[in-house]
Design a protein around this ligand. Structure first.
Ligand code: PMT
Length: 223
C-alpha cells in the first residue's frame, strides 16, 4: 500500500487570519487561530508532499519539514499565494482572509477626538476567485465559513470561484469553526455530491480532506 500518495507533489495551503492595518497600533482581524490550516499542512506533509504554508499571524509553532511563509495582510497573502500558484499541484485555502481593509492606513497613531468616528473600508482582492480564473489543471479547494444557509452558499462558492471542492463549516455551531480543536464540515464537490461529516478533531478533518484531494488529483491525472 502506498502510504505516501503525495510524494513528488507540491501542496500550497493558507491558514490563519489576515490583519488589516488602521495605524501603527490598531488593525482589523478575525478569530481564526490557524489550527485547521496547520492540521491540513501536517497531513499533507505526512502524505509525502512538499508543503508550502502561507500563514497569517497565529500563535502556532511552525511544523517541521514545512515551508512556512508568514504574511499579515490580505494583499500580502494574495501576492505570496500567486507567486507559488504555478508550482502547486493542489491548493487549499483555509485562511480567513479579510474581505475589507481600511481605505487609508496611517503611519502615525490616530488621535481620538470628541464624538463618533467613521472608518472607511474598501474591498480586498479575492484570492480564491483569482486562482479559479488562473487555474490550469491544479486542484483547488476552498473553505466556506457561514452562519446560515451553509449548503446554498457553499454550492454558489464552488461555481463562482471555479473550485473543485468547498469545505463548508457552520461557524456558529458548537465545536465547529474558529479556535476550537474540532470541526463539523460538509465537503461539496463539482459532481453535486455533499459529504456531511460528524464532529471530529481538526486533524481527522484534515485527513478526510486529503483523501478527497488525492482522488481529485488522480481524476485530473496529476499522479
Ligand atoms: O483557523 P481556525 O481557528 O482553525 O478556524 C478555521 C476556519 C473557521 C477559519 C476555517 O475552517 C474556515 O472556514 N476558513 C475559511 C474562512 C473564510 O474566510 O471563509 P469565507 O467564506 O469568507 O471565504 C471563502 C473562501 O474564499 C475561503 O477559502 C477563503 O480563504 C477565500 N477568500 C476569502 C476572501 C478573500 N479576500 N480571498 C479569499 O481567498
Amino acid at each position: 500500500k502506498n502510504n505516501q500518495p503525495l510524494k513528488g507533489k507540491t501542496v500550497l495551503i493558507t491558514a490563519g487570519p489576515t490583519r488589516e492595518k488602521i495605524d501603527p497600533v490598531r488593525y482589523i482581524t478575525n478569530h481564526s487561530s490557524g489550527k485547521m490550516g496547520y492540521a491540513i499542512a501536517e497531513e499533507a506533509k505526512k502524505q509525502g508532499a512538499r508543503v508550502v504554508l502561507v500563514s497569517g499571524p497565529v500563535h502556532l509553532e511552525s511544523p517541521k519539514g514545512i515551508e512556512v511563509i508568514k504574511v499579515e495582510s490580505a494583499e500580502e497573502m494574495y501576492n505570496t499565494v500567486l507567486e507559488f500558484f504555478d508550482l502547486a499541484d493542489l491548493v487549499i485555502k483555509t485562511a480567513a482572509v479579510a474581505d475589507y481593509r481600511p481605505k487609508q492606513a496611517y503611519d502615525h497613531k490616530v488621535k481620538k477626538q470628541a464624538g463618533d468616528s467613521i472608518l472607511e473600508l474598501e474591498r480586498t482582492k479575492d484570492i480564491l476567485l483569482e486562482l479559479g480564473k488562473r487555474k490550469k489543471n491544479q486542484v483547488l479547494i476552498g473553505f466556506a465559513a457561514e452562519t446560515n444557509n451553509v449548503a446554498e452558499y457553499a454550492q454558489k462558492k464552488l461555481e463562482k470561484k471555479n473550485a473543485d471542492m468547498i469545505v463548508a463549516n457552520n461557524v456558529k455551531a458548537e465545536g465547529a469553526g474558529f479556535g476550537t480543536d474540532t470541526n463539523i464540515v460538509t465537503l461539496f464537490k463539482r459532481d453535486g455530491t455533499a459529504l456531511e461529516l460528524p464532529i471530529m478533531s481538526k486533524a481527522a478533518v484534515a485527513e478526510r480532506i486529503m483523501i478527497e484531494a488525492t482522488s481529485l488529483l488522480k481524476e485530473m491525472g496529476r499522479n
